[in-house]
Design a protein. Structure first.
Length: 456
């Protein structure tokens, strides 16, 4: 099948590459000529495990190409995916300007083209309920006739950064939102090779499809937030959130996923999607109280470690050097959008601390946001040199089993604040660390020496 992907951000690039891997002819379009040049030269513009192999093969075998020419891409494609940004506006509602402007351009192109080949325009972007109808309207206003051979489909993505290639190639479900039998059959044919093991392709109306994406992300964000609330209560009553997670996770009605307490969620999806759904409800005269609480609690959770550091150091971080491990919002990505680490770093800087940080992939993307407000270490252990404490913000694998002797030698004081609960509390106490995690009782270090650079 011939496919156009408009937008080469995270969703567009993963989608286009995976469609090409399955034998389709894919043309990816972007207005950023520099990015298109990089991609055409075989240089990935995002970090995503497993993507490089398919990306290089797609280019080498001429199934995947990149261009800035929207009209040319549309003319040679049967299915046109919109994978465009929908950032939150000032009022929290999703900004549809990118989606609607491109849809209008495509409408003009199709209306003025002598070729009347049937086309399907697919919203892959996360968009509010009713967007498919708005896209259809702007395309008609651009000159298309109601009888022209085109359909609008909602096809939300459910990609988890870090495992997005696996999610796309073996989806748990595919949602196709369309009231057109012709479009539904075409989209089913496109996705059938991805669900050969029997996972469902669910066909529904466009509005239900759009709502499904928001409902899924809002529910997962709520699970995370609930466990963070439980962890905060555990800190006050002496219970252990890890034991509680295991105790409730074996309940099939609850499930084991998204029950890990920490310093809040971030990324490109959860924050803006929860905010957008809450705003959609408000615009339709409904107060979605749970989602308001989710947003409020998550905002507070991201500042939790800063408050605890202030308590630990007597309310004053002036002159303190704090090491931070992890800048990406989660492991196995370089994405720092809404990253809890950035909120922690800003809080530390505002409190007068000096911050030196390390992340295996997200230093460049962090520098684009925070600039030189902090120091970027070359590796995880050099970040510790003369630091008064270590803060862990991202659960990268290399942070799970570090060399604790090197940590001890680097830090001025053996103090760790772990926002991802990576280590065993008893073991850390036995090794002499003052170890503070989320929702688990603090255990006083055993025979802890007063240390400066690892020396008693």
């Amino acid at each position: 099948m011939k496919i156009a992907i408009v937008g080469t951000g995270y969703v567009g690039l993963v989608s286009g590459t995976c469609f090409a891997e399955m034998g389709n002819m894919v043309t990816c379009v972007d207005i950023d000529s520099e990015k298109v040049g990089q991609l055409s030269n075989g240089e990935l513009t995002i970090f995503e495990p497993g993507l490089e192999l398919y990306f290089e093969r797609g280019i080498r075998e001429n199934r995947l190409r990149f261009t800035t020419d929207l009209e040319e891409a549309i003319s040679v494609s049967d299915v046109i995916f919109l994978a465009l940004p929908t950032p939150p506006g000032d009022n929290g509602a999703a900004d549809l300007s990118y989606v609607l402007n491109v849809s209008r351009k495509i409408g003009h192109m199709l209306a003025s083209s002598p070729d009347s080949t049937y086309k399907v325009l697919v919203n892959k972007s996360t968009v509010p309920v009713g967007t498919a109808a708005r896209v259809r309207q702007v395309m008609l206003e651009a000159g298309l006739k109601a009888g022209h051979h085109f359909d609008i489909v909602s096809n939300p993505e459910f990609l988890r950064e870090g495992v997005a290639v696996e999610d796309f190639m073996k989806p748990e479900r595919v949602i196709i939102g369309s009231t057109s039998d012709r479009a539904s059959k075409l989209m089913t044919r496109l996705y059938e090779p991805f669900v050969r093991q029997g996972n469902p392709i669910l066909i529904m109306d466009e509005r239900s499809s759009e709502m499904t994406k928001y409902a899924a992300n809002a529910f997962l964000a709520t699970k995370i937030t609930f466990m963070n609330e439980i962890a905060n209560v555990c800190d006050r009553v002496g219970a252990n959130v890890e034991m509680i997670r295991r105790g409730i996770g074996v309940d099939s009605r609850i499930g084991k996923q998204f029950l890990y307490a920490g310093i809040g969620f971030g990324g490109s999806c959860f924050p803006k999607d929860v905010q957008a759904l809450e705003r959609t409800a408000a615009e339709n005269d409904y107060e979605f109280e749970i989602l308001r609480s989710v947003l409020s609690v998550n905002d507070k959770q991201r500042r939790l470690i800063v408050h605890r550091l202030l308590d630990r150091f007597g309310g004053d971080l002036n002159g303190k050097r704090i090491a931070v491990w992890g800048l990406a919002f989660k492991a196995n990505t370089d994405d720092v959008r809404e990253a809890p680490s950035h909120e922690v770093i800003r809080g530390l800087l505002d409190a007068g601390a000096e911050v030196v940080a390390y992340d295996p992939e997200a230093a460049v993307t962090t520098r684009a946001v925070l600039g030189d407000l902090l120091t970027y270490a070359a590796d995880q252990y050099s970040a510790l040199d003369d630091a008064d404490a270590l803060v862990i913000c991202t659960e990268w694998n290399e942070f799970r089993r570090p060399d604790f002797d090197q940590i001890r030698m680097g830090l001025r004081q053996t103090i760790i604040f772990d926002g991802r609960n990576l280590y065993d509390t008893e073991r850390m106490a036995e090794m002499g660390f003052s170890y503070h995690s989320i929702g688990r009782p603090h255990i006083a270090p055993v025979n802890q020496p007063v240390t400066l650079n690892g020396k008693a």
